[in-house]
Design a protein around this ligand. Structure first.
Ligand code: WT7
Length: 650
């Protein structure tokens, strides 16, 4: 195997000052292909590219490092075997602090990934096949992901909080042949019956041939002969433990990750190998200002993009030590995060505003109890961080000493797009500040005209490709084109509103489409409505987001039920059943916070629900509902306003 050796000058790619940033940014705009080629040169490729970039946003496509060959795990694992085999790659902290942690060196991780790659191969998984992972946050989840990548299979991790029905939708969309699961999942005081959920899902998943089950909790499970296999037994039965990495094309798919959009059907966002690899490492090192010796902890779940890019791939590509946490922030008590920071002397800490607000609400004593002096950089991701939470994080967790990187990005962008570089970019609370090199944000007005200059507000778009951008939505390229490139010709549309202040700093204002962000989890209003409508008594529903103190946004559902049902069962009973229906169809994360039973919805004469009005009512602001004269039945608004009072008395 001929492998090109990485460029020795890669240290110069690191941004260490504001001057470096300015220079890098300018180069990335003036000579984007040269800029990214220099960075890509620092990776191991089996074959170099013929062309760095080929793109056209009008007729959407963008391809990076065309003709290049590599395997991302060669860069995550094999590469470090030469230079730092005994360095800890993954520290795993269990749900229960009394259970011992696990540390895997780069050598051990490499061996485990190779071994499990052989298990997958033995079960018939080949390059291009889809493997779904529905698992707890345990090292085997990362191992499973990397094993897929090693043999060229496409992984699709489904967050283990989703219901059986949501899981089967995703398996069927991906036409996956193998699912990786576990017996159970320890989450706080709960032991979730993972295998039972997967079994239920598999009743409607004809494409699945095999399920490989990790023993985690010891819960009793039923194994279906010929279909289900124990993870540990498969490893014991192996005759071959090493596994050469499959040579992949830069533009081969690496993974599918389902996310919510404006229809009820989840979108399979597809990321491809070369560009994703280059961008996740580059952004990880520069945003967090990672240094050798740092202990890095991202509290996300690998079921979301943050976990893919910044627990697994980015940190491992950089040769860092990455912490994986199985538990929840409040078990056994609200000091859990800070206890873990102290235990491992975490220097780089990355979490979500919703967690920050929830822990802030528990009082400062929990933070004060622990020695947090190892912290150097704090990160925030997933939703806008409000000023109070920012200040609390900065003062109480960071002791006024750690820069906060408020990182704006999306499942579709693959990596961090707008963010301070820790300690380099002067921060401003609630601002994601400046774009990373290679990222060209623009703000467009309603007509799609670029708003030039500073002190403007509009829809956030990106006008030039970056390496880790979404390539397609699985099985439906048309949807990818329409969603991201159909709105404004020639631009990638993010779905976010944004302000550029007089200093040129970017502040994300939140979604302007039908997507809501609950505790940093993205939810389509249509998806939640579809779930609610499954209840036999529901005639129609409309879901909107509203400001929520801890979750950022809460889910408010306006529901029309058939008259007989309302008469027969109490409203409380109906609400309970609707919550159960949503839990069954999506998962507990999508449960509405408020359900208002109504007799009608504000619709235009053409039958379109005027969500603007519902949003106002949900916010509790009914003083100015704007123009309601175009409504089919303006009286319905008064009735809804009246009914909403019960939620706004507190
Ligand atoms: C949406 C993407 C990116 C990983 C987690 C979420 C919102 C994300 C920020 C931030 C303000 C943010 C946006 C975005 N968002 N980060 N730092 N400040 N808003 O990924 O589920 O794909 O959601 O999350 O609205 O569009 P996702």
């Amino acid at each position: 195997m001929r492998v090109s050796s990485p460029n020795k000058h890669h240290k110069t790619m690191r941004i260490r000052s504001l001057e470096d940033y300015t220079a890098a940014y300018r180069k990335s705009v003036d000579e984007p292909e040269r800029f990214w080629a220099d960075i890509a040169d620092t990776f191991i490729w089996n074959q170099k590219w013929d062309k760095v970039l080929d793109w056209n946003f009008e007729d959407y496509y963008a391809k990076w490092f065309i003709g290049a060959k590599t395997n991302i795990t060669t860069n995550c694992l094999d590469r470090h075997l030469l230079s730092q085999p005994e360095k800890t790659a993954i520290i795993w902290e269990p749900n229960d602090p009394n259970e011992p942690e696990i540390r895997l060196s780069y050598r051990q991780l490499y061996e485990k990934v190779c071994a499990f790659s052989n298990v997958l191969k033995k079960h018939g998984v080949k390059k291009g096949d889809r493997v779904v992972l529905y698992m707890p946050m345990v090292p085997e989840l990362a191992i499973g992901v990397l094993a897929c990548a090693r043999i060229g299979a496409i992984h699709s991790v489904v967050f283990a909080g989703f219901s059986a029905s949501a899981l089967s939708d995703r398996i069927n969309d991906a036409q996956a042949t193998v699912v990786l699961s576990s017996d159970g999942n320890f989450r706080g005081t709960k032991d979730i019956a993972v295998k039972a959920i997967v079994d239920e899902a598999l009743q409607s998943c004809p494409s699945i041939q095999k399920q490989i089950v990790l023993k985690r909790t010891g819960a009793k499970v039923e194994m279906q002969q010929g279909r289900d296999f124990w993870w540990h037994q498969e490893l014991e039965n192996l005759t071959q433990t090493d596994c050469e990495a499959e040579i992949m094309d830069s533009e081969d798919p690496l993974f599918i990750l389902y996310t919510s959009g404006s229809t009820g059907k989840p979108k399979g966002v597809v990321h491809h190998i070369g560009g994703y690899m280059v961008y996740t490492k580059y952004s990880f090192e520069n945003v967090f200002q990672y240094n050798e010796g740092d202990i890095y902890w991202c509290t996300a779940d690998i079921g979301w993009i943050t976990g893919h890019s910044y627990i697994v791939y980015g940190p491992l590509l950089a040769g860092a030590t990455t912490v994986m946490f199985e538990g929840v922030p409040t078990f056994p008590d609200a000091g859990r995060f800070w206890q873990v920071v102290e235990k491992y002397k975490i220097s780089l800490f990355y979490t979500a505003p919703t967690a920050i607000r929830a822990l802030q609400a528990q009082g400062d004593a929990w933070v004060k109890k622990h020695d947090l002096s190892s912290l150097r950089v704090l990160g925030s991701v997933g939703e806008p961080i409000n000023e109070e939470a920012w200040q609390w994080y900065y003062q109480n967790v960071g002791k006024n000493n750690c820069p906060i990187v408020d990182t704006w990005w999306q499942t579709e962008t693959g990596g961090i797009m707008i963010s301070p570089l820790a300690g380099i970019t002067p921060t401003k609370p609630t601002y994601a500040t400046l774009p990373l090199p290679g990222v060209q944000p623009v703000l467009l007005d309603g007509e799609g005209k670029e708003l030039k200059g500073n002190g403007v507000e509009g829809n956030l778009c990106i006008k030039f490709p970056w390496p880790s951008m979404i390539r397609t939505t699985y099985g439906d390229h048309e949807r990818c084109q329409q969603t991201y490139f159909g709105m404004y010709k020639g631009y990638y549309f993010t779905g976010d509103g944004c302000r550029r202040d007089p200093d040129g700093y970017y502040r994300i204002l939140g979604r302007v489409d039908d997507v809501i962000n609950v505790s940093g989890h993205r939810m389509g209003t249509a998806e939640v409505e579809d779930a609610i409508n499954q209840h036999p008594a529901v005639v129609e529903s409309a879901v909107v987001g509203y400001p929520h103190e801890i979750k950022g946004q809460g889910i408010y559902a306006f529901v029309i039920c058939d008259g007989e049902a309302v008469a027969q069962s109490s409203i409380e009973q109906l609400r309970k059943e609707i919550l159960q229906t949503v839990t069954q169809h999506i998962g507990a994360i999508a449960k509405p916070d408020k359900i208002q039973i109504v007799t009608g919805l504000p619709k235009t004469r053409s039958g379109k629900i005027m969500r603007r009005i519902l949003r106002k009512i949900a916010e509790g602001d009914t003083s100015n509902l704007g123009d309601t004269t175009t409504l089919l039945d303006p009286a319905v608004v008064d009735e809804i306003k009246e009914g909403a009072k019960e939620f706004h008395t507190a």
